[in-house]
Design a protein around this ligand. Structure first.
Ligand code: F6P
Length: 251
């Protein structure tokens, strides 16, 4: 894995956006895997600023989001479809039909999962997958114990994940109990992965990701086996201050 150490969340967001912009420019019909949560918000802000200032085009791009809460329709502000509309899709020139988020309100979740896998496969797979990491090592909504062979599936959320995501809802009880998520294998099949880690709260998870064993008890650890992963981590997550702006190393 390549590790890029940055000083701050702002720098992390700029570096991540620059990487995405670079890939979009060299492959305008790119298939992008996208993430939600607090971490990628600054990255999306930078993509929008760049689109406005430099006209980077997303007309030919296709996106696949990692996950969606079960029971929340796209008009619900807690849903990930709503999040993506507000934070990115509305502000760039990507056609709505080329943005994909699993449906949280389908009548048959199992079929929805299979259909989502099919969509990704028919698109030719994901070129670049953006990821955040949960404090317990989850990627997407793949909680500890998830099989490394899993494809898109229905999950019951860990209480710690519901607790961590309660900040996006008006009360803890409103956080859905289930979600549809790309599986670990779906994520690992991406040709390139960009993982963002920010803040003191992620320090332990980052340490385990970089130095721990590969185990299903810590889902993100499988990324050590992917041939093309870049981790961008800020000082707070690394637990050390950086005076110089950027440092790249192979870990
Ligand atoms: O960026 P955050 O809000 O810390 O979340 C980390 C991860 O947790 C999730 O929000 C799921 O709980 C992922 O979508 C995200 O990648």
């Amino acid at each position: 894995m390549k590790l890029i150490e940055v000083r701050s969340y702002e720098e992390l967001s700029r570096v991540a956006a620059d990487c995405i912009i670079d890939r979009v420019k060299s492959n305008p019909a790119i298939k992008l895997g996208l993430a939600t949560g607090g971490t990628p918000v600054g990255t999306y802000r930078n993509l929008i600023l760049d689109h406005e200032a430099n006209g980077t085009a997303y007309r030919q791009a296709t996106t696949f989001n990692l996950d969606e809460y079960v029971g929340l329709d796209p008009s619900n502000p807690g849903s990930y479809r709503y999040f993506m509309q507000e934070r990115l899709f509305h502000w760039i020139d990507i056609p709505a039909g080329q943005t994909h988020v699993p449906s949280g309100v389908c009548s048959d979740p199992e079929r929805e999962c299979e259909a989502y896998e099919d969509l990704i496969r028919k698109a030719g797979g994901i070129d670049l997958q953006l990821l955040g990491i949960g404090g317990n090592g989850h990627i997407g909504f793949n909680e500890p114990g998830t099989s490394f062979h899993s494809l898109t599936h229905l999950v019951e959320l860990d209480p710690s994940t519901r607790e961590a995501n309660a900040r996006f809802f008006s009360s803890r009880e409103e956080v859905p109990t289930h979600a549809i998520t790309m599986g670990i294998r779906t994520i690992m099949d991406s040709r390139e992965i960009l993982l963002l880690v920010s803040g003191e709260g992620k320090r332990q998870a980052l340490k385990q990701l970089l130095n721990g064993p590969v185990t299903e008890e810590f889902p993100a650890s499988i990324l050590q086996r992917h041939p093309h992963v870049t981790v961008i981590a800020d000082s707070a997550a690394l637990g050390r201050q950086r005076r110089k702006p950027l440092r790249e190393s192979v870990v």
